[in-house]
Design a binder for this molecule. Structure first.
Ligand code: GTQ
Ligand code: FE2
Length: 351
C-alpha cells in the first residue's frame, strides 16, 4: 500500500486535537507480553530511615491537618509519587514521647508492623491496642484510629496502606474523629483479641464472614511460636512447610480463613542460617522487611545485602530469592488479594 505521508501526518494531528490516540502506536506498552512495571526493585536501610524520621520528630509537629508524622518509601521508578508500588504505600511513622496522633478514619486499609520499640497504643474504633516489637496490627478501612505514646521514649514503626490503589481508582473517603483519642486506657491485650484471638475458636455471636479480620493485633509470641514449631517439625523429619529450612505463616481473617484485609496479604517468613527461598515471581507487588538477622535478596538481576529493619520492594513479576547468612526473619506484605479476586493472579516458581 502506498502511504500518503502528508495525509497520515494530518490524521495524527487531527486525532490529537480531538483527544484520540490510536491503538497501533501503543500496543507494546499497553498490552505487554508479561508485566513490565514502572516500579523498580529497591532497598531502604533501616539505619538510614530511622535517623531521618528522628529529625522529622524534632522539626515537624504531629496533629490535626497533617494527621501523622509518616514518611513514605517512594519507589524511584514511580516519578516522585509517595508510592512504594502502584498499589501500596509504605511509610515509617514516628511518634515522640507523650505525643498523640488524633483519631480519623478513611476508606484506605492500613496495618502497622513493629520492628522495634513499644509504648504506643493505637485506639481502633475505641479499642486500645498495645504496639510492641514483632506485632502486626490492623486498621481496616473506615475504622477510626488514633495513636498515643505513653512513654518518654519515641517510637517508630512501619505503616502499610492501599493509598495508591484508592487514589488511582478515585474511591477515597476520609473523616476526622476525636481531636485526641477516645479511650486512654493502656491494656496489654485489646478487647478485639480477647474476643477473637484464640486459636481455632471464634465467638458464637457475630460469626458471619467479615471483609477484614476482627483481630486488631497479631502478637509476636504467637507468630514466633508457629515458626519455631514448623522448624522443629522439620528437625523431626517432616518436610519444611515453605521449602527446606524455610518456615512461613500467613496472617488470616478468622471469619473467612482468607487474607486479613480485602487488598492486603501479610506473611511472616523464617529461614534457617544458610537456607534460601525458592525463586518465585507473582502478579502484583510486595514489600518485605527484615525483622531479625542478615542475608541477601536477589531481585531480577539485582543482588542486595540485608540487615535488621531493611526493607525491599518487589514489583510485579520480578523473580525474588532470599538467602539467609544468619537465621533470618522477614515480614512480607503484598496486594495479592486484589488480583486473586479479579482472577488475574499468576505465580511461577522458577527454581
Ligand atoms: O497512621 O493513620 O502512613 O492515615 C498514612 C496514612 C499512616 C495512620 C500513614 C495514615 C496513617
Ligand atoms: Fe489513618
Amino acid at each position: 500500500m502506498d502511504v500518503d505521508e502528508a495525509a497520515l501526518a494530518r490524521l495524527y494531528k487531527d486525532f490529537d486535537a480531538e483527544h484520540m490516540i490510536p491503538l497501533w502506536t501503543q500496543t507494546g506498552e499497553l498490552m505487554p507480553m508479561s508485566p513490565t512495571s514502572k516500579a523498580l526493585p529497591h532497598v531502604w536501610k533501616w539505619d538510614t530511615l530511622l535517623p531521618l524520621a528522628e529529625r522529622a520528630g524534632a522539626l515537624v509537629p504531629v496533629g490535626r491537618g497533617g494527621e501523622r508524622r509518616a514518611i513514605a518509601l517512594a519507589n524511584p521508578g514511580l516519578a516522585g509519587h509517595p508510592y512504594t508500588t502502584p498499589t501500596l504505600w509504605t511509610a515509617i511513622q514516628y511518634l515522640g514521647p507523650n505525643e498523640v496522633a488524633p483519631e480519623h478514619r478513611h476508606s484506605q486499609n492500613a496495618f502497622r508492623f513493629v520492628v522495634e520499640g513499644e509504648g504506643v497504643w493505637t485506639v481502633v474504633n475505641g479499642d486500645p491496642v498495645a504496639m510492641r516489637r514483632g506485632d502486626f496490627l490492623l486498621t481496616p478501612g473506615w475504622h477510626f484510629h488514633g495513636h498515643h505514646n505513653e512513654t518518654d521514649q519515641p517510637m517508630a514503626w512501619l505503616d502499610g496502606l492501599d493509598i495508591p490503589l484508592v487514589h488511582y481508582t478515585d474511591t477515597g473517603f476520609f473523616e476526622f474523629g476525636s481531636d485526641k483519642v477516645t479511650d486512654w486506657s493502656t491494656p496489654d491485650v485489646s478487647r478485639s483479641e480477647r474476643l477473637w484471638a484464640h486459636p481455632g475458636l471464634r465467638p458464637l455471636s457475630g460469626s458471619d464472614a467479615r471483609p477484614s479480620s476482627p483481630i486488631a493485633a497479631y502478637r509476636w509470641e504467637h507468630t514466633d511460636r508457629a515458626l519455631n514449631d514448623q522448624l522443629a517439625l522439620e528437625d523431626e523429619g517432616h518436610p519444611g512447610v515453605a521449602g527446606p529450612g524455610h518456615a512461613a505463616v500467613r496472617f488470616t481473617n478468622p471469619t473467612t480463613g482468607g487474607d486479613v484485609m480485602p487488598t492486603i496479604r501479610a506473611e511472616f517468613h523464617r529461614l534457617r542460617e544458610g537456607a534460601e527461598t525458592a525463586t518465585k515471581r507473582e502478579v502484583g507487588s510486595a514489600v518485605w522487611q527484615v525483622f531479625d538477622g542478615e542475608g541477601e535478596v536477589t531481585l531480577g538481576e539485582k543482588e542486595i545485602r540485608l540487615g535488621r529493619g531493611d526493607l525491599f520492594v518487589v514489583p510485579s513479576w520480578v523473580p525474588v530469592t532470599v538467602r539467609a547468612r544468619t537465621r533470618l526473619d522477614l515480614f512480607r506484605f503484598a496486594d495479592t488479594p486484589i488480583f486473586v479476586r479479579l482472577h488475574q493472579y499468576r505465580e511461577e516458581t522458577t527454581r
